[in-house]
Design a protein around this ligand. Structure first.
Ligand code: ATP
Ligand code: MG
Length: 324
């Protein structure tokens, strides 16, 4: 099963300032503000939802097709993703704009000054899935995750028109999109991913009840942080999957993406939904234990051992036949 992952591709530039921003601000002169903070630490982290999810799937041995828009500065990030098994051949490279970038400086009080430059991401709306699907010889599922909102609408509409099954993952774009747009993204999706808060927000903004949403999507997956995840299907008992065991919580950034990566890896192996959610939870635990969203490493034996501890030897044996 071949999966295309559409969504944002970005880097985070994180700096720390050994002082207090407040000490350099003159409240009655803010209209003429001009300050520069000398920072002594810069971390550049690879991120973006689609890149994180593709990376996670590739770590489990898949070769997902990454779909998104970047700038000419993408070369080293491309090389990293390709080296880990992500197909970047169809990423759109802008001639005008840089790759999306989040720049944030944190001071010693944890106060933050940040900017997000969407840049090339806005060109994702120019991407047509048809030629990509043809070039890779067919795609069985398209994940439409957070991206330029117009691109998200275009991708899900194109999937419906071309009758390509798609999974909807609106996540942070739920906050900015209106009800009609969210209905377009969700309606007819084979899978709908949200966390618990986003599940309520989806219901509120679309005006559809939980039952109506289940009528419109095949399978609904709701992640609940440390309370695990639920997999819901119309007329079936919910599948409740607890978190993996002995997880150290170091940096929660990217757990949702890793969960999706594991889940989609399970789908691509044709495993049952419960196994997919267990794979998601296990992969999420590695991200939770490392700083950054693509910095985790594991070998298959460790992964399977961890999986078995949480979900039993039989479930682990089922996964082992696929995992290298
Ligand atoms: N504290 C935790 N310990 C172990 N596993 C966790 C923990 N928090 C989250 N997870 C795993 O990650 C999955 C996704 O978490 P969560 O519901 O918090 O996603 P999210 O809110 O979309 O996160 P984000 O958008 O910040 O990446 C959970 O279903 C669970 O499997
Ligand atoms: Mg999330």
């Amino acid at each position: 099963m071949r999966i295309a992952v559409c969504g944002s591709i970005a880097t985070d530039h994180l700096m720390t300032y050994q002082g207090r921003f407040a000490d350099s601000l003159v409240p009655d002169q803010l209209a003429k503000i001009s300050v520069s903070f000398l920072v002594d630490d810069l971390q550049v982290r690879r991120g973006g939802i689609a890149a994180n999810i593709s990376f996670g799937m590739a770590r489990l041995g898949h070769h997902p097709v990454l779909v998104g828009a970047v700038g000419e500065d993408f070369d080293s990030y491309r090389s990293w993703l390709e080296r880990h098994g992500v197909d970047c051949d169809h990423v759109h490279v802008s001639e005008m704009r840089h790759t999306a970038r989040f720049v944030c400086t944190t001071d010693e009080d944890m106060a933050q000054i940040a900017s997000f430059y969407a840049g090339a991401m806005s060109e994702a709306r120019d991407i047509e899935l048809g030629p990509i699907v043809a070039a890779v010889g067919g795609v069985d599922l398209v994940l439409v995750s957070a991206d330029d909102p117009q691109a998200m609408l275009r991708h899900s509409t194109e999937c419906r028109t071309r009758q390509i099954p798609f999974a909807a993952d609106v996540s942070q774009q739920l906050a900015v999109m209106d009800g009609a747009s969210i209905r377009t993204l969700v309606d007819g999706a084979t899978y709908l991913f949200t966390n618990e808060y986003e599940a309520h927000l989806t219901e509120q903004k679309t005006g559809w009840s939980a039952e109506e949403i289940l009528d419109r999507v095949g399978t609904r997956i709701i992640t609940r942080g440390r309370d695990g995840a639920s997999v819901l299907r119309r007329g079936e008992d919910p599948i409740e999957v607890p978190i993996a065991t002995d997880v150290q919580r170091v940096d929660p950034t990217g757990v949702g993406d890793a969960f999706r990566a594991g889940f989609l890896a399970g789908l691509a192996w044709d495993l049952p939904l419960e196994r997919c959610a267990q794979l998601g939870s296990t992969l999420a635990s590695y991200v939770l234990e490392t700083v950054g969203t693509q910095e985790y490493t594991f070998d298959n034996a460790h992964f399977l051992d961890r999986f078995g501890q949480a979900y039993g030897a039989e479930a682990a044996a089922e996964v082992a036949t696929h995992l290298g």
